[in-house]
Ligand binder design. Structure first.
Ligand code: PEP
Ligand code: MN
Length: 344
């Protein structure tokens, strides 16, 4: 449920309502807007009714949220959430570009890629150390060694790093290295893992499972938020359809739908979405035009020699052109009135 305070309600009045709800054991989330403050309440509707909150003079109305996701819902938190990673803001109209290899392959390799990603205008370095491969015989990643190389690349370039966490037991280890924890598509509904990253304060990049609905995805975000970590970034990475020319079908519908339903930032991974480098730049542009808060793409200096996902990796030269095109699109988007970008 949501308690909408009257515009002009004082901090003291808001505090009275908050305490009243909390003392009844209800979960409370206060969101101060420009005009009005709304208080998201998690718990039984009957308890809220018993408290007769609606009849308090500072309260405008009490609304029931019909979505199963609460903390992730825009009803609870009308303004866009901006996730901060150092100086970087994710969730504004300055789209963030994340790039790097699918897997970290060597120390020299990742440092070289990081320098070139930075030079081209990338703002976050990606690189898998623990890889969720479809085959147990495929390269599984360098593990902690890979994380050490990622940290060295950050040291060299100042780029924050994002890498995938696969198991609850490795969350603490990952947190000691990375700036953003990635939850991969295959783990989107790994609830113990979601709870474990929810207990940290490290931003989480939550990829959509390739057979999951947007509602299931938002419910997974809810698991993380409910544990107290409010730094969730959603990532659309393509879903399974009957199409075979592309690896997945990049569901860009998700961008306006998620921006309508949720306050969380949403970025797009066109690399896994299409599976072929040739289509990556076009879909990066499309992601920004749809209103995404950024893109994450795979790059490799020699894609044909990559240990994973070479077919969808851009060379660094192509990545440089992609960044320029994305920036042009971002300029165009900023020139459009915000209401046109997404229904908010
Ligand atoms: C990846 O980012 O390399 C990856 C494995 O992505 P996904 O979980 O979307 O398949
Ligand atoms: Mn990959």
């Amino acid at each position: 449920m949501i308690v909408v305070m009257k515009s002009g309600a004082t901090e003291e009045e808001i505090e009275v309502v908050r305490k009243l709800l909390e003392n009844k054991g209800l979960g409370v989330h206060v969101s101060a807007g420009v005009e009005k403050t709304i208080i998201g309440v998690i718990g039984s509707k009957d308890r809220v009714r018993e408290l007769a909150v609606e009849s308090m003079p500072s309260v405008e109305k009490v609304v029931t949220v019909s979505n199963p996701f609460k903390l992730a819902s825009r009803d609870f938190h009308p303004l866009d959430t901006v996730v901060r990673v150092g100086d970087l803001e994710i969730g504004t109209d300055n789209p963030v570009i994340m790039a790097g290899p699918c897997s970290v392959e060597s120390k020299e390799g990742i440092i070289d890629i990081a320098r070139r990603v930075k030079k081209a205008g990338g703002q976050v370095l990606r690189g898998g150390a623990f890889k969720p491969r479809s085959s147990p015989y495929s390269f599984q990643g360098l593990g902690e060694e890979g994380l050490k190389y990622m940290a060295m690349a950050r040291e060299e370039t100042g780029l924050p790093i994002v890498s995938e966490v696969m198991e609850p037991d490795t969350v603490n280890l990952m947190v000691s290295y990375v700036d953003i924890l990635q939850i991969g598509a295959r783990n989107m509904q790994n609830y113990p893992l979601l709870r474990a990253v929810g207990k940290t304060e490290t931003p989480v990049l939550l990829k959509r499972g390739f057979s999951n609905t947007m509602e299931e995805w938002l419910m997974s975000a809810e698991y993380i938020l409910a544990e107290g970590n409010r730094n969730v970034i959603l990532c659309e990475r393509g879903i399974r359809t009957f199409e075979t020319y592309t690896r997945n079908t990049l569901d860009l519908n998700a961008v306006p739908v998620i921006r309508h339903l949720s306050h969380l930032p949403i970025i797009v991974d066109p690399s896994h979405g299409v599976g072929k480098w040739r289509y990556v730049t076009a879909m990066s542009r499309a992601a920004i035009a749809a209103g995404a808060h950024g893109v994450i793409v795979e790059v490799h200096p020699k894609p044909e020699e990559a240990l994973s996902d070479g077919a969808q990796s851009l060379t660094l030269e192509k990545f440089e052109s992609m960044v320029k095109e994305v920036e042009l699109l971002a300029d165009a988007m900023r020139s459009i009135h915000p209401e046109v970008i997404a229904s908010r």
